[in-house]
Design a protein around this ligand. Sequence first.
Ligand code: ATP
Ligand code: MG
Length: 304
Amino acid sequence: MAGGADPLSGLNDAQRRAAEAVTGPVAIIAGAGTGKTTTITHRIANQVRAEAFEAASVLAVTFTEKAAGELKRRLAQLGVEGIEARTFHASALKQLGTLWPRHTGHDLPEILNAKAQILNPIANGLPGAYRFLPRRELAGEIEWAKNRLVNPAGYLEAIEAEGRTPPLPADLMQRTFQAYERTKGDRRMDFEDMLLMLVRLLDDEPEAASLVRERFHAFTVDEYQDVNPLQQALLDRWIGGRDELCVVGDDYQTIYTFTGASPSHLLTFPDRYPHAAVVRLEENYRSSPQVLTVANALSRAMGG
Ligand SMILES: Nc1ncnc2c1ncn2[C@@H]1O[C@H](COP(=O)(O)OP(=O)(O)OP(=O)(O)O)[C@@H](O)[C@H]1O
Ligand SMILES: [Mg+2]
């Protein structure tokens, strides 16, 4: 990052502490608008600036393409180029693109963009009024299971353990899930398969795992409260027992609960990494002007 702006300038004390911790596990826990994304971009810039890591060996993971683009844009503003900022799915797809053919000898299966295509004929064969159930509900239930690494055989046990009510009677839902997987076959992959296949490949092929681990040395996850067990499993494979993970999240704002996300991954981070630096960001930059406006209006209304 030759000649770029000082990555620590403009940060408040807590943000600076996080950005200065260029190695080792770091958990940043904070509410909306407290500068979480700002902090991780400055930390990544500082990791490169302090020569703790080369830009090309840093992987920043997000949940949406938009967030990945935003991260890249902010890094570019800080003068850092060459960082991989991608969604879990885009990262997985890129890695599978080379590793899958090399290690399995097969082409990568075709991407299945919508489950409804496969679910329609299966749902049409359901008894009684069940066949009118929105396909989205069936797809959602299958996604819930797959995002928790639950296959059709383990489905009944999983919903019982979670006290979960499926959209169909449990045994019927299990058969629907089974039929979905069977019909999809090996030549198509849905979005969860993309992550699952990479998790399995990295488990089964030590050489593939080494390649990925040699490529990436430091990991950062924005909006980590949204991570689900499948994504966490992949992240664990990428990290491979190393310590170089920085997560940032808001324990109040999980929006992906339906996919199995839970802030517990965020909140248990210090248990999993007992020597993690934990930083709380308290200052809210976004809503304070609004809060001030309301407070001012109130005070005027009350003759203050
Ligand atoms: N130390 C700071 N000084 C001044 N402004 C700041 C500081 N940190 C962050 N901001 C500003 O606050 C706003 C929110 O920052 P940012 O997007 O990083 O927050 P966030 O916590 O990631 O928000 P969200 O919850 O929406 O993801 C931005 O406009 C950013 O420039
Ligand atoms: Mg953010």
